[in-house]
Design a protein around this ligand. Structure first.
Ligand code: ADP
Length: 159
């Protein structure tokens, strides 16, 4: 039985994240999306909102669940008995950041393997922060997020 975590801020979940989730769910028996409570970023959505939006987005995937977490990612991994951690890689900037985090996590929890999935070409450019900017300025969110996320963004941003 293999379990993997897919941790992140998910502020909010995008089609790029969902693409990674869908592909990772085929590789592992269980995938736990971990929503980090207090990332080093300005957040638009509360923890509860981010969890709810992610839950709705993956409701059709039976082996995927969503859990909030705080503290170290490796402690979350150990709590859900994960053998692997999934992350998505877009451009080279993601790689350097992931590499540093992976080295640190390896020191702290050597048993946890990092599995990086390359972002699909259509989502290479897609980030939650860019998405929030587009929403704030009233741009179209079609094909970037599920409908319920677009509605939540429009409500927040008043767009
Ligand atoms: P974090 O704050 O940990 O970077 P994010 O919610 O921004 O959290 O992203 C979570 C994970 O999803 C990270 O591994 C990130 O690189 C990946 N990711 C973000 N956007 C995309 C995308 N468009 N395609 C593939 N992976 C992505």
């Amino acid at each position: 039985m293999t379990t993997a975590i897919y941790p992140g801020s998910f502020d909010p979940i995008t089609n790029g994240h969902i693409d990674v989730v869908t592909r990772a769910a085929k590789l592992f028996n269980n995938l736990v999306i971990g929503i980090y409570n207090d990332p080093d970023k300005r957040l638009l959505f509360t923890l509860e909102e981010r969890v709810e939006l992610a839950q709705q987005a993956v409701a059709s995937l039976p082996n995927v669940e969503v859990q909030p977490f705080s503290g170290l990612t490796i402690d979350f991994a150990s709590r859900v008995k994960a053998q692997a951690m999934v992350r998505g890689l877009r451009v080279s900037a993601d790689f350097e950041r992931e590499f540093d985090m992976a080295m640190m996590n390896k020191r702290l929890y050597p048993e946890l393997e990092l599995v990086c999935l390359m972002a699909s070409p259509e989502y290479q450019f897609l980030s939650s922060s860019l998405l929030k900017e587009v929403a704030r300025l009233g741009g179209s969110l079609d094909d970037l997020v599920p409908k319920h996320v677009a509605e939540a963004l429009r409500k927040k941003e008043g767009a």
